[in-house]
Structure formats: C-alpha cells, structure tokens
Ligand binder design. Structure first.
Ligand SMILES: [Zn+2]
Ligand SMILES: [Zn+2]
Length: 262
C-alpha cells in the first residue's frame, strides 16, 4: 500500500516536471525562436531615376507582404529620408547607391555600391561632404570615387552596411580583386535568369568569402517583386512583440541566412 502511494507520488512529480518542461520549451520557442522576413534592399524612387513615388513603392511592398525595404536612390533626398525613418507600416532602411568611377586606359568605368542604414546625423547631404577630403567629386548628384575601397571604408566609419550592387553585371562590373579586397559586407547575386553572370558568380563565390543577398534594383513598382530576399532572423518578431530591426537582417545576411524568395 505504502509502495503504491510512493509510486503515485513519483508519477505525479514526473508528470508535473514534464508539463513544466513542455510549457518552458513552448515559451522559449515563441520568444527566442526565429522568424522569416522578406524584403528588397535595392529600390529607387522619383528622388533619382525611379518612376514611382516613395509611397507607391511602399504600397507595393506591403501588397507583396514585405517586412522590410531599403530605398537606395542615387542621391540624398530629404523628404524620402524623413518618410523612410518615420515609416511604421514596415521596416524602411534608408540608403544610397553610390557611383564609383575609375578610368582604365582612359575608358570610363563605373561600379555601384549600396550604402545602407547610415545613422541619422550622418545622412544629411551625406556623401558630397564626407568624401570631399578624399578628392571625390560630386557630378550631377552622383558620387564619384576612384576606388570602391574608399567608399566602403567611409560607409563603415559612418556605421553603415556596404553591398556590392549587381557586381557581375557587365555594365557595372566589379572585379574579383575589388570584391575580395574592398571590405564589402555582401554582394548582390543573381539566379538563373542570366546564365553568363551566374557562371562567373559561381566561380567568385567558390573563391571569395562574400555572402549573397537578393534584391531587384527596382525602378518601377512592378520590378519590386522580380527578385527579393527571404531572411531567417534570430528573433521571433511576432511572438516577442519586438520591432524588426536592420541589425537582425544584417546578421542574417552575414551568416548566409538570406536566400532568394521564390
Ligand atoms: Zn546600380
Ligand atoms: Zn540601383
């Protein structure tokens, strides 16, 4: 009789422990788990050569259920900047696409660099001033530097994130030398649709330790869905109630956890 009672107590204790463990794991998974977020980190508006307003781009991003978007016009626009940092419908990351111009045997050659998430205070008329000491000149609101390394270094000094924009696209080709040595955080990758680019990309990725990210360089609303990223971030945004931050996306890019959304 006494033994049965002891067994019953033991079973009860085991059951309670199991329930506590399941509840704890459930809580842990929801609050400290991961979530998937989607978005596009390379877009243009009428601030530069895009055909759509900031609002039209955001509305399309919301229609596509994007969690984040970066506005990366070729110049700084006060109004777009203010709209972006005050955006509440999704995470808007303010950026700029910088032109790096070199001359090889007197032939002009341009490369594009995405500068993302420059902290407020460093953004106003960002590049013309900052680069003036490096003999970088501002031509038609486009920044011209002689070497992407200078631009990437400056972006990092300002606390930003530097991505090589469409680096293997022939018109704005960035050599493997610069991809390797300029300090880029990531590079834009292509998939399938451009076989020539993809074969060079495979080669570069096999030799260089540079994470890929996918975006579409959207100049129109209907280009926003062409290519974008699905990132697995380390925070469960919904369950924890915390706001999505670019830091979580940056980490996902650097760890190779951003894939092309399909
Ligand atoms: Zn570009
Ligand atoms: Zn662009």
């Amino acid at each position: 009789m006494k033994r049965n009672k002891q067994l019953l107590i033991t079973a009860f204790v085991v059951l309670i422990t199991l329930i506590i463990l399941v509840l704890f794991l459930y809580f842990f998974k929801n609050n400290f788990g991961s979530s998937e977020v989607i978005g596009n980190l390379h877009t243009h508006t009428t601030c530069s050569d895009g055909t759509e307003s900031y609002d039209s781009m955001i509305e399309e991003a919301l229609r596509l259920k994007m969690d984040f978007i970066a506005i990366t016009d070729h110049r700084y626009c006060e109004e777009t900047y203010k709209n972006c940092i005050a955006e509440t419908r999704l995470l808007c990351i303010y950026g700029q696409e910088i032109n790096v111009r070199t001359y090889e045997n007197n032939v002009q050659k341009d490369m594009h660099v995405l500068a993302l998430d420059i902290p407020p205070g460093n953004t106003t008329e960002l590049f013309p001033e900052i680069f003036s000491d490096l003999q970088v000149i501002n031509v038609r609101n486009n920044i011209v530097a002689s070497d992407p390394t200078i631009v990437v270094k400056k972006i990092h000094e300002l606390g930003g994130f530097a991505i090589a924009a469409h680096p293997l696209y022939s018109m704005f080709h960035i050599s493997e030398y610069y991809l390797n040595s300029s300090g880029f955080d990531a590079m834009e990758c292509f998939k399938d649709e451009y076989p020539d680019i993809v074969s060079e990309q495979k080669l570069v990725l096999s030799r260089e330790d540079l994470p890929c990210m996918y975006s579409s360089d959207a100049h129109k609303v209907n280009e926003l869905k062409r290519t974008y990223s699905r990132c697995v971030i380390a925070v469960n945004v919904e369950a924890s109630g915390s706001k999505l931050k670019f830091d979580a996306i940056k980490k996902a890019i650097l760890e190779g956890n951003c894939k092309r959304y399909e």
